[in-house]
Design a protein around this ligand. Sequence first.
Ligand SMILES: [Fe+2]
Ligand SMILES: [Fe+2]
Length: 237
Amino acid sequence: MTINTQNLATLTQENSIQQNSTQEDSVDIAQLRTPIKVDLSPIYEFLGARTTQAWVNAAIADLPLIIQDHANCEKKAAGTAMNLLFRYEFSYDLQRKLAQLIREEMLHYEQVLSIINERGQEWQYLSAGRYAKGMLKHKRTYEPEAMIDVLIIGAFIEARSCERFAALAEVINDERLAKYYRYLLKSESRHFEDYLALAQSLSENNIDERVAFFKAVESELISSPDTELRFHSGEPT
Ligand SMILES: [Fe+2]
Ligand SMILES: [Fe+2]
């Protein structure tokens, strides 16, 4: 099913998915308008390390794997948000933000599925990399600290995704895919801000110290040697 022009115009707007997302099962990626340039400086400041050329080279050399892992990441992002939605029902703000996030991540999932389909790529099973587990193992086990940590980790995952989409969009030899990655920057950078703001709003104390802790953990996961290539993997070995 192809999406009509009216829907395409709304798709590129920030809140468009609130209107039409349920009607589409595929999106004509070629027709997505190049979005307004997103200011990535808050993301670069938030993250403790930048993606290296070595990772970009490895990713470009195995794009089918990166695309498959990206699909998995979108699905997991929706799943994680859905878990939070069921677990923490006391906050209106949290519920509203999470509901929006789930719809957006599922739309991204559908879009990546279209890309896989368009490219004639076989679906491949991919185990999860070490990245999310490497942060979640530091999650505190008591509330509300556990929830605060999951939200901070969510902010890092979103920020890193954004940073990597931007890095790939710069060099990728496939303009359709590069355009799609640029299109994602806007929503993923908003997800990063939403997670971070929620974490702070639900905490009685300032979360800066905890953010700094996860910044170091995340940085290490991205910069240290990693035997597996994934969307959020470390330095290729
Ligand atoms: Fe997403
Ligand atoms: Fe996201």
